[in-house]
Ligand binder design. Structure first.
Ligand SMILES: [Zn+2]
Length: 523
């Protein structure tokens, strides 16, 4: 008995059966109904989103003898011969392996003859961005004046590689990544038809792993079903087949990272590799784990958006407590960059190792977030009493000096800081993190300090940043962010540093003053 892969077996036969691309499907159906069919289409979008499937349905619909509401009937001889791939009317070309001028010239030659049966000759050119410059030129002439019975459907994952001369002659349709909900619904439907029993959570996990591609999700589901043939598909089984990693392992890894323990992280990675975990998968999963932590940290009701068991939610909450939003965002940035690069990389292990070292050692990077991170590490060490005496330390020298300079000044200011401002100072990074992108960008250039009458004073070095934050809408936004995080209203003043007269380093930093107070209390 031969086995047919799910995505072949249940390939949509008409437009109504296509999932997640309603905007495209409706337009195409209307064109068929109104008999206003274009001669050149460009279908763009990531892999597995249904480009060739829709192209084939369109090829059938325009040739069908009894179309129903813009859909092919799948009953008439024309539909049947297209479905059996015996029709001369729908021709599929893979540009990845036929990318030369000669291949296109062959098509151009063929195009001259009208179809012997049916109305249209439909040429589907897949991965069209792979065509050589010469081939594009040869195609262009036909696209400029196509015979009335010819339709070209060009499909590509990389629209930016298509010459503008070609683009301008096509109707362009952008295929969206398919949502987890849509994929999960489709998988559930197929599982029922196949009479396989499966846990909902297992199905959702597979749907998420598809990463917007229905085809990828279906082949993952295939793997799982084949591995546990005849058994109920559980979440644990799916994790096992797909080589996924348990949440506790992630928690352990994150502990190593936060304590800057490179060798611990490397040993854990080694352990995962020995167990046969797939590193691309691991990268995606760990990014989601960090994303979940960020959600737990920043939103109140998380049960809706986080797909984990109740037990795991408890672990997530514990872990989130010890972390701050900025660090998490930095981790996510590094790991989502990694998951973009790792899919097609040959040295996956090295790439993951480098990313882990980056997380453990923020000093390797020079961006703003990274410097903040380094300061945090030092502050933590100070609070935990790890740094015994100044000078006898593994921490980089320049940063150490900055820390040493601090204790002298703040003592006088200590009394001037109201409870509200102290609270605000402690949460400053979290407050900035919840503002919109524009506001955040300017706030990150501001130094928070103490103004008159217990107000927050924001000191800027660039008038552009000060003007932006001072605008009423942005000011309201910041006040709302403060109220949201510390549940207090705080007055805000802004100030531009006078160039040449004032030095930013002389302005007391609100967040540092608070740190010093808490360190003193501990003594
Ligand atoms: Zn038909």
């Amino acid at each position: 008995m031969s086995y047919t892969a799910l995505y072949r077996k249940f390939r949509p036969g008409d437009f109504n059966d296509v999932k997640g691309q309603d905007h495209i499907v409706t337009t195409l159906k209307n064109q068929v109904k109104a008999d206003r069919i274009g001669h050149a289409y460009l279908f763009c979008g990531t892999r597995g989103t249904g480009k060739t499937t829709v192209a084939k349905i369109l090829g059938k619909a325009v040739n069908c003898e009894h179309p129903v509401d813009g859909n092919p009937c799948n009953e008439c001889p024309t539909c049947k011969s297209i479905n059996n791939q015996t029709s001369m009317n729908v021709i599929e070309i893979d540009a990845a392996s036929n990318n030369g001028v000669d291949n296109i010239r062959e098509i151009v030659e063929e195009v001259r003859y009208s179809p012997t049966e049916g109305r249209f000759k439909v040429y589907i050119i897949d991965e069209v961005h792979m065509l050589s410059a010469g081939a594009f030129n040869a195609l262009l002439k036909t696209l400029e004046e196509p015979p009335s019975y010819v339709i070209f459907i060009l499909a590509t994952t990389e629209a930016h590689k298509i010459p503008i001369t070609i683009l301008s002659r096509c109707q362009r349709y952008d295929f969206k990544r398919i949502t987890i909900d849509t994929i999960a619904a489709r998988l559930t439907d197929l599982i029922q038809r196949e009479e396989v029993e499966a846990e909902e959570k297992a199905v959702r996990y597979v749907a998420r792993m598809g990463d917007g591609s229905l085809r990828d999700a279906l082949s993952l589901l295939d793997q799982c079903i084949a591995f546990y043939f005849g058994e109920k598909l559980t979440f644990d089984k799916v994790l096992e087949v797909l080589g996924a990693v348990d949440i506790e392992v992630f928690a352990r890894l994150l502990d190593f990272i936060q304590s800057g323990n490179v060798s611990g992280s490397m040993a854990l990675l080694e352990e995962l590799i020995i167990k046969g975990k797939e590193l691309t998968q691991f990268t995606i999963d760990f990014t989601w784990y960090l994303r979940n932590l960020l959600l737990v940290k920043t939103s109140e009701d998380t049960s809706e958006v986080i797909e984990v068991s109740t037990d795991n939610l408890v672990i997530l909450k514990q872990q989130a407590e010890g972390m701050d939003v900025e660090t998490l965002i930095r981790y996510i940035r590094i790991f989502s960059d990694l998951s973009n690069q790792i899919k097609y990389a040959s040295q996956k292990r090295v790439m993951v190792e480098v990313a882990l070292i980056k997380l453990c050692r923020p000093q390797m990077e020079t961006g703003y977030e990274d410097i903040i991170n380094r300061l945090k590490l030092i502050e933590n060490k100070l609070e935990n009493g790890i740094i015994a005496a100044p000078g006898v330390t593994a921490v980089d020298k320049p940063v150490m000096m900055a820390v040493k300079e601090e204790p002298s000044a703040p003592v006088v200011l200590q009394k001037a800081v109201s409870a509200d401002l102290q609270e605000l100072a402690k949460n400053w990074n979290n407050i900035v993190a919840v503002t919109s992108r524009l506001t955040k960008a300017s706030l990150m250039n501001a130094k928070p300090s103490i103004g008159n009458n217990d107000s927050l004073l924001l000191v800027f070095t660039e008038s552009m940043d000060k003007d932006l934050v001072s605008q009423e809408s942005h000011m309201e936004e910041l006040k709302a962010a403060i109220a949201k995080i510390i549940h207090k209203e705080v007055e805000i003043q802004t100030k531009l540093l006078t160039e040449g007269k004032e030095n930013l380093d002389d302005i007391p930093d609100l967040t540092k003053i608070i740190k010093n107070i808490s360190i003193e209390y501990e003594d």
